[in-house]
Structures are given as C-alpha cells and as structure tokens.
Design a protein around this ligand. Structure first.
Ligand SMILES: Nc1ncnc2c1ncn2[C@@H]1O[C@H](COP(=O)(O)OP(=O)(O)OP(=O)(O)O)[C@@H](O)[C@H]1O
Length: 309
C-alpha cells in the first residue's frame, strides 16, 4: 500500500510572471484515492499535465510509475481525463470508446469492458449527445479506464454533477480503488474530497499547503464535553486542563457544551475528575473541523500570488 506511484520533488511551472505550480513535492501511493484539493487557478490542472508529460516543468522533477512523465512505457499504464476528451456527439458511447481504444492500440473489446465498469453498458449504443451530464462524465472515466491502467488521473470528475450524479461518481471511484488501481483526482469540492479520498493534497496559489489523510487534517481540534451541571464541569475541566483550555460553545442543535483544548491523552484524567465531582457525563468526543474550515484556515495564511524573479 505504501509503494509510491507518483512522486514529485519541487515541481514548478512558471508562466510569464505567474508561478502556476510552485515547488510542489507530493506522493501518491499505490491503491489510494488521492485528492488534489484547491480553488480555481490553484495549479491542479497544470500539475496533472506535468505528470502526464503534456506540460514541461520549469523546475523540479516528477516520477510517475517509476519513470519520468510522458515516457511511452509509463503512459501505457496511465488513463487520464484532463479537461474532457472530445467525444463525437453523433457516435454512440461504445463507438466513441472503440475509436479511442483503436487509437491507443488496444483491442476494441476494451470498450465494452470499460462501459460495463462505469455502468453504461445499457446505454452503450445510444448517441453521446443524448447522454445526461452524469453519463458523459462516466463515459470520460470509462475512457480513462480503457486497457485497465494502473493509474487513473481525473481532473474535476464531479464537476457540474447533481447530487445523484456525484454519488454515482463517488461509488465508481471508490470501486476503482478497491480493485487495486490508483486514482489521482482534482477537485475544488471539499465535501466530495472528504468523502472519496484516502489522502488529500491541499493546494492554493501553486503551493502544496498540506498532504495527509482527511482524518489527520480534520483532527486536532480538541474535545467536546457535555455534562450536567455544565458550570461545574467547566470548573473541573479548568482545574484539570488549565485556565485557557475551556470554552463554552453551542453545538449545531443549540445545546451548550464545552470545547476543550486537549487531546485524547487528557480523557482519563478528565473523566476521573468529573466522576469524582459527581457529575453526569453525557459525552466526551474528539472535535473535528470540516475540511472546509481547515482549508480556509490554511489558505487564509497564503500571501498573494508571488511574482517570479
Ligand atoms: N498555458 C498557460 N499559459 C499561461 N498561464 C497559464 C497556462 N495554464 C495555466 N495558467 C495559469 O496557471 C494558474 C493555474 O492554472 P490551473 O489550470 O493549473 O489551475 P487549476 O487549479 O486547475 O484551476 P481550475 O480548476 O480553474 O482549472 C492559473 O493562474 C492559470 O491562469
């Protein structure tokens, strides 16, 4: 699981005065769904294009499936959907995939296998132009799956989809990863990334601000304590954790609770003290920030786009 499928070392792309990608060092591991998360213009597409050998880096290096990007051996093991393939509207989904399979030197039967995997076999003979957006996006993923590549690179695969389409795409991507293929996707949709990805690289203004599991990114926000009476609990928690570690908060339902600046290691002492004070303890749980909160915290700290020297 820890084999690196993609590694980059200070990968950089400068366009005129703009650092589209700024010294990005990232690792995508075998069999994971890795989410490249960032707002429009963060440099996600440019990074993906560098990994596919479509854009030449200004500086830094990348290794994809053990080779420099763009080598024929590596490309044969990568399926990519970056800014949409041009499907022919008057051809069926199946005919479109057969054209692509032939172009890539694959057996045309690969088209049917890919259509089945994205659950489009039933509509395979309908013209592309009659497809819903969700079906079009799934056909794009099918194109990336042709020939069962080891690495699948998808630029914004859920873009424009309605909630049902997103759920379908989510299931499809999780299914792909469960089959052992590695997925690198980009998204500006935090909620989506949170649900689909094993690990996330957070990017803004060309820089990789963090790379870790979603749980690691969201954790570390302290503990939530609900006990009765709450004022006494606050006094006990203050005694155990110190004067600045305790704050009164309202949760989503308007129930008062305490927010404690402490980690899981504080729970045994805290519990003992609360019980000793004869309190009814209803809940002590880790507080998680949404990925959205984490993201805005991180990106708020990034200075304005640098002009390269
Ligand atoms: N060929 C190019 N020439 C000049 N500037 C470019 C070029 N390609 C990208 N850029 C700039 O590089 C920055 C990063 O763009 P990129 O498309 O990689 O971002 P992104 O994160 O994929 O955003 P989006 O989701 O909007 O596609 C942007 O400021 C963009 O305008």
């Amino acid at each position: 699981m820890n084999t690196a499928i993609v590694t980059t070392d200070k990968l950089t792309k400068v366009y005129g005065p703009r650092r589209a990608v700024d010294a990005v060092s990232m690792t995508v591991r075998a069999g994971e769904v890795y989410g490249f998360l960032g707002p429009n213009g963060a440099g996600k597409t440019t990074t993906m294009r560098m990994l596919l050998g479509q854009v030449r880096p200004t500086a830094g290096t990348a290794t994809v499936l053990g080779a420099p990007p763009g080598t024929p051996a590596a490309l044969a093991r990568i399926g990519a959907l970056v800014e949409g393939p041009g499907f022919y509207p008057y051809l069926s989904g199946r005919e479109n995939l057969r054209v692509l399979a032939t172009y890539r030197g694959l057996d045309v039967r690969a088209a049917d296998a890919a259509l089945a995997r994205v659950d489009l076999a039933g509509r395979a003979r309908d013209r592309f132009r009659t497809y819903s957006l969700g079906m079009k996006q799934r056909l794009g993923v099918a194109a990336a799956l042709l020939g069962e590549p080891d690495l699948i690179v998808l630029d914004e695969p859920t873009n424009g989809l309605d909630p049902a389409g997103m759920a379908e795409m989510r299931d499809l991507l999780v299914d792909i990863a469960a089959g052992g293929q590695t997925v690198l996707l980009s998204s500006h949709l935090l909620a989506e990334v949170q649900q689909i990805c094993d690990r996330v690289g957070v990017v803004a203004q060309g820089r990789l601000l963090a790379e870790s599991t979603v749980a690691e990114l969201r954790g570390g926000a302290g503990l939530r304590l609900r006990a009765d009476p709450l004022e006494t609990a606050a006094a006990v928690a203050t005694r155990v954790l110190g004067p600045h570690a305790v704050a009164m908060v309202d949760d989503d339902h308007g129930d008062p609770a305490l927010r404690l600046a402490a980690g899981a290691e504080a729970v045994p002492d805290l519990t003992r003290a609360l019980i000793a004070a004869d309190l009814d303890v209803h809940e002590i749980s880790p507080l998680e920030r949404s990925l959205e909160e984490v993201f805005f915290e991180m990106t708020a700290a990034v200075p304005a786009l640098e002009v390269s020297r």
